[in-house]
Design a protein around this ligand. Structure first.
Ligand code: FEO
Length: 416
């Protein structure tokens, strides 16, 4: 892909990965991009590097603008392979005294990835600045957003925030900017990709995100463009990206119930139908996800978009079904909050899965509707009726739960 000038003398020199479908376990049906930026100032400066497999693409893009031997500074905002894997290759091409700016944790991490003997690494912290010529870079540490080493770089005179993973999306597209993307796709698709990224990568860090966004606001930083290291650049609507993150970190969700289940002999699956009817008859939107038919990252995104979640599992050897256990392990790691849970499932001669699920909800400190519902072997008409009533009762409680959120002001705008 061509290099693109995103601000006067500031260029996107990244790489599009059209083919990646499994990003460390995260399903990426639309691929992704590894964005990095070249600032052509008195001191030529590269901000971030691409994934190691794309090193030659990144180098070729830099060479379209400048001989890498002219690079004076390299900023590394985050020590993960997709954003600095190509650094080793770049260091072969830049002058030996090129300065590398990163956080203290960034320097430690860099030493684990590369032989940094002889590299001129300078550590920075929040509020540190370097003057490149007409542009000044200000650094803001963002620990645990989403790694301990993370920081963002603000180009003061350009009002440009280079935000590494934050505000990104896994989208490989020829459109580089939000307004271009919306023209060829839609704002809904962009919002969905942003929420998907947040749910799967940043969900555990909502409190930190809120605090960091507030800190940046209080620092008086004026942003008119946000350039993340994945996906599109927020040129027209940077405020939308910030608002979306504020809302997500505030626990925003739709008044909806997602049924996430798996099944052995279709009995648990059979239960979803009357449960869903009960939910719908209560006027609550409902979405159904079968785990072995759906990528895990999609199940996680749909979980995060809905206020309520019913997890369905058959009992297998006195335990929860393995694919449901896998979902719960992912969920536990993402430390969700402010979601209303319930469980249902079928069993043969002894239950276990539903109890296992409720124990996990308690361990995760999630609010839950009890008791769950179980059916032995197959749903008979009276079981269908019980499932229908369970769906209605769960939906009624969910509505009250969701209203409490809106009243407490936790929910600023609707998700959809
Ligand atoms: Fe896109 Fe944390 O790497």
């Amino acid at each position: 892909m061509n290099v693109i000038e995103i601000k006067p003398d500031i260029f996107w020199v990244g790489a599009a990965d059209w083919a990646v479908r499994d990003f460390h376990g995260y399903v990426t049906p639309q691929g992704t991009t590894y964005n990095n930026y070249l600032i052509m100032d008195k001191e030529v400066t590269l901000v971030d590097a691409v994934k190691s497999e794309f090193a030659e693409v990144g180098v070729a893009n830099i060479k379209r603008i400048v001989d890498p031997a002219k690079i004076k500074n390299i900023i590394i905002n985050h020590i993960e392979n997709d954003h600095m894997g190509a650094l080793g290759r770049i260091m072969e091409l830049v002058p030996a005294d090129t300065k590398i700016y990163t956080t203290m944790r960034g320097k430690e991490g860099m030493g684990r990835f590369f032989d940094i003997e002889g590299w001129n690494i300078l550590t920075v912290k929040t509020d540190d600045e370097i003057k490149l010529g007409k542009y000044t870079l200000k650094f803001i540490e963002t620990p645990m957003l989403h790694w301990p080493d993370s920081m963002v770089t603000y180009v003061k005179e350009a009002k440009l925030l280079i935000s590494q993973d934050v505000f990104g999306q896994h989208l490989a597209t020829t459109a580089r900017f939000d307004d271009e993307f919306i023209e060829c796709a839609s704002i809904t698709e962009l919002d969905d990709a942003t929420i998907d990224y947040y749910a799967n990568i940043l969900m555990p860090f909502g409190k930190l995100i809120k605090a960091k966004l507030t800190q940046i606001k209080n620092m008086g930083i004026d942003i008119d463009m946000i350039a993340p290291d994945h996906g599109i650049i927020w040129r027209k609507n940077p405020g939308r990206a910030v608002e979306t993150y504020m809302n997500l970190s505030n626990g925003m969700a739709d008044q909806r119930i997602v049924i996430i289940y798996d099944t052995m002999w279709h009995s648990t699956e059979q239960m979803t139908l009357p449960v869903m009817r009960g939910i719908r008859d209560c006027g609550v939107d409902c979405k159904v996800i079968k785990l072995r038919a759906t990528p895990m990252s999609v199940a996680i995104k749909e979980f995060w978009k809905a206020r309520g979640c019913l997890v369905g599992s058959p009992t297998l050897n006195n335990e929860v079904f393995p694919s449901v256990a896998e979902f719960m392990v992912h969920l536990k790691g993402l430390r969700p909050k402010d979601r209303f849970m319930g469980a249902f499932g079928s069993y043969g001669w002894m239950g276990g899965a539903v109890q296992w699920l409720y124990q996990n909800f308690r361990d995760m400190r999630l609010d839950a509707f009890e008791p769950g519902i179980q059916v032995q072997y197959r749903c008979k008409p009276e079981d269908d009726e019980r499932c229908y009533e369970f769906g209605k009762d769960f939906a009624t409680s969910l509505k009250e739960y969701h209203n409490r959120y809106q009243k407490s002001g936790a929910l600023k705008v609707g998700l959809s």
